[in-house]
Design a protein around this ligand. Sequence first.
Ligand SMILES: [Zn+2]
Length: 259
Amino acid sequence: MLTFDFDAETLWLSRNPDNARRPGVLSQGIYGAKTGVPKILELMREESLKGTFFVPGWTAEKYRDRMDAIAAAGHEIGHHGYLHEWIDPDFPDKEREALEKGLEALKTTVGVKPRGYRSPAGETSQNMIGLLHEYGFEYDSSLMDQVSPYRHILEDGTRGPVELPWHWSMDDAPFALFAIQSPRPIHTNDHILNVWKQEFTEIYRWGGLVNVVTHPQIIGRPSRLAMLREFIAFMRRFPDVWFATGAEVASAWAAKENG
Ligand SMILES: [Zn+2]
């Protein structure tokens, strides 16, 4: 799965509303919308691949043109909160509110009812998994407890959504998300690519799901797009690798579960 978390400015606003008056900080997110998304769409078209874009409702409302382009190219659009809110289990009402606002935004902008959800920053709750079931989501992609999909069983025993696990090591942000307020080294592309190749190789050997989590504002940098292209070429050298969207993986897994 090649996935793109299209956070744009919400990445910078959700945890620190004061950034609203810092155009320099916000411009990092704007880059993802202005340049990252079109370049990703170009790459995916050239590679004849379909991916999943997880989009906060706020981003969808601000960048309708980009949403139209993503939808027109046939990529999947998933739910990613409204303003990229980090879930706080002490406030379950806020979870429902963000879920509903995000659903409304995806409906009014691109007319999409998302089949999948990824929690902002991987922060989720048992309540949220239940909400996903209540609102008809087929899958969640927020947890890190396996390398293969599995079915959530809710507290009352009901079958919940399919989980499509991910991990920080297959995410571009821990390696290359830079914030001047808390600076840390940006890893080289060689380093990132090495980790990704090694994870891929072993998950391939085990059999499982390689869930590549990227962000247009990070992977959309010129050299990182080249890195992604190289990673795709690397994965293509292995027989029987299926490149698929989250929805495709979830329904394929569910079909096997029932059969
Ligand atoms: Zn995000």
